[in-house]
Design a protein around this ligand. Structure first.
Ligand code: PLP
Ligand code: COI
Length: 354
């Protein structure tokens, strides 16, 4: 793929590490590429970061044809920058594209776009503990017509943001509200795709939870509203009576790359991991019996995040005395150790950038 590069003439000052937060600052450039049904993907370019110009009838503005990914570039101790399992994000992006009738991108082209872009912007990767350069590839339908159909024109962009921790709590336990009114997704819908609409539909419950002092919502299945699915920006795992339980990928939850990595680490360490149905009642019973030992969420932005309290229909359930548990800490240390190059990557998950 031929990628043209136009460098900015006014590079920005880089923000101080302690001001980063999540997704507030953006680097100097962005990658862009266009698609038309007749030409396929064309005009791959890295250009100065700036506003987009869209036709007022552009598909994405009316019918929400949008998908995205989230992955990070990490600064290793030796100064090099590396990605974590980028092919997993690339494949999931194409799965999401297929679901939303957006065009897929050849895997090798998406990888080339990512690596060329990160290579140019790598100085923006912060080095303080817990910081990274968050990469946000996204695609939207861009037909200039109000007809509803699979898109004929699309735009693919990658932007990057130096980030600190996603939750203000950092690695400290978060409080999560189990949502019993709104649902996020149903089987046959778009739950397994990473599309903007899933998040737009989640905001109402998220706001209600925030008003009551909770960081995020834990979704239940959309049919019986009985079974645990996932949190707003993370998959969830529980340790019940020695067994690690996480909801199975039945089509309505996002197949998280951190989830997959946690399962692989846990299995290697010899833990029993079950991907299965898990009801709120089972969790409540386990808490009452004292067998719900740990709960945590996992995702690229949130890394591994202990859950210290769940609230369901007004009842509060405190887990592990609101403290971080042993397995949660081990997973956090193992994944971040590999990501920041402090531990040997025996899984072959890291991808250094030149
Ligand atoms: N579930 C949802 C709804 C998410 O937005 C995310 C974040 O990407 C995840 C789970 C975790 O996925 P991953 O580990 O691939 O970042
Ligand atoms: C991620 O973890 O990469 C996400 O996409 C979560 C996001 C919605 C902030």
């Amino acid at each position: 793929m031929n990628i043209s590069i136009t460098k900015t003439t006014c590079p920005k000052e880089k923000p101080a590490s302690n001001t980063l937060g999540f997704g507030k600052f953006f680097t100097d450039h962005m990658f862009m590429m266009d698609y038309s049904k007749d030409q396929g993907w064309y005009n791959a370019r890295i250009i100065p970061f700036g506003n987009l110009s869209l036709h007022p009838a552009s598909t994405v503005l009316h019918y929400g044809s949008e998908i995205f990914e989230g992955l990070k570039a990490y600064r290793r101790a030796d100064g090099k920058v590396q990605l974590f399992r980028p092919m997993e994000n690339i494949r999931r992006m194409n799965t999401s594209a297929e679901r939303l009738c957006l065009p897929q991108i050849p895997e090798e082209d998406m990888l080339e776009a990512l690596t060329a872009f990160v290579s140019l912007e790598q100085d923006w990767t912060p080095s303080d503990p817990g910081t990274s350069l968050y990469l946000r590839p996204y695609m939207f339908g861009n037909d200039e017509t109000l007809g509803v159909h699979a898109v004929h024109n699309a735009t693919f962009i990658i932007i990057a943001s130096p980030v600190g921790s996603y939750y203000k709590e950092g690695i400290n336990p978060v409080k999560i509200m189990i949502e019993d009114q709104d649902v996020r997704a149903v089987r046959g819908g778009t739950g397994y795709a990473k599309c903007g609409g899933n998040y737009a539909a989640s905001n109402r419950a998220g706001e209600r939870a925030a008003q009551m002092g909770y960081s995020q919502v834990l979704w239940l299945d959309g049919v019986e509203r009985k079974y645990i699915e996932e949190v707003g920006a993370m998959n969830v795992m529980f340790k019940i009576n020695g067994e690690i339980v996480t909801p199975a990928l039945t089509g309505s939850i996002l197949p998280g790359i951190t989830r997959k990595s946690c399962i692989e680490v846990l299995k290697k360490e010899g833990y029993k991991v079950s991907e299965r149905l898990l009801s709120v009642q089972e969790l409540a019973d386990a808490l009452a019996a004292g067998t719900l030992e740990e709960a945590w969420g996992c995702g690229t932005a949130a890394v591994v995040s202990p859950i210290g309290e769940l609230c369901y229909q007004g009842t509060k359930y405190v887990i592990n005395n609101g403290e971080i548990g042993k397995i949660t800490q081990t997973l956090y240390d193992t994944l971040t150790g590999i990501q920041w190059g402090k531990l040997e990557d025996s899984f072959g998950w890291t991808y250094p950038i030149d």
